[in-house]
Write a protein that binds this ligand. Structure first.
Ligand SMILES: C[S@@+](CC[C@H](N)C(=O)[O-])C[C@H]1O[C@@H](n2cnc3c(N)ncnc32)[C@H](O)[C@@H]1O
Length: 177
């Protein structure tokens, strides 16, 4: 959670949604007003599920791979997703969005991906700096990782980010996901 000593820009209800992260209908009227950035979307159906299950409408999905973005755009048309769910080729280390403009950044295995490559720590720091920049005060970065927390926390706990961090262990379901 991005923190600052200024009064939070989110309303109490928006904060509640981000805290609870629920998918009950009570929150759909809030989630539709929140701006979501999905980092390294790949060809995952996460954006579609965020729309269908949780009512998120304003989702920018980015990935470095033009192949993934082309495929996801075709799928979005086929699935008749709203035009506010957008897929763009973009480097998550150079996010083309204004500062303080996003309520929720979701990263499913993209941090993992950067940490598996070369110059891993530098690239990770660049991405997290960008996440910090684009998040609104009170906004949230949700990193879903397949690695043990201790191997990720050292990156997230860097002092200049100033984040309040919570770790939640998610059990794999029957299909192994
Ligand atoms: C492990 S995959 C996860 C994909 C998807 N989030 C999922 O859960 O299936 C990591 C994704 O991050 C993307 N990626 C890697 N480096 C990136 C960067 N610098 N900027 C944007 N996307 C990147 C890859 O192209 C890939 O699609």
């Amino acid at each position: 959670m991005k923190e600052e000593p200024l009064p939070p820009k989110l309303t109490e209800r928006e904060e509640l949604l981000l805290e609870v992260g629920t998918n009950t209908n009570d929150y759909r009227d809030i989630s539709q007003h929140l701006k979501v950035l999905n980092l390294g979307c790949g060809t995952s159906l996460l954006a579609e599920e965020l729309f269908e299950t949780d009512g998120f409408l304003d989702i920018l999905n980015i990935d470095l791979s033009p192949f993934c973005i082309r495929q996801m755009r075709q799928r979005a048309v086929k699935q008749k997703l709203p035009e506010t769910i957008v897929f763009k080729q973009m480097d998550c280390r150079l996010i083309k969005l204004p500062s303080d403009s996003v309520n929720l950044v979701i990263d499913k295995a993209t941090l993992d991906s950067l940490l598996c490559g070369n110059r891993a720590f530098k690239k990770t720091a660049q991405m997290l700096d960008e996440v910090q920049r684009v998040l609104k005060i009170g906004g949230m970065y949700l990193a879903i990782s397949f690695a043990p927390p201790e191997s990720r926390l050292l990156h997230l706990q860097r002092a200049h980010l100033g984040w309040h961090i919570e770790t939640i262990e998610i059990q794999r379901n029957d299909s192994g996901h």
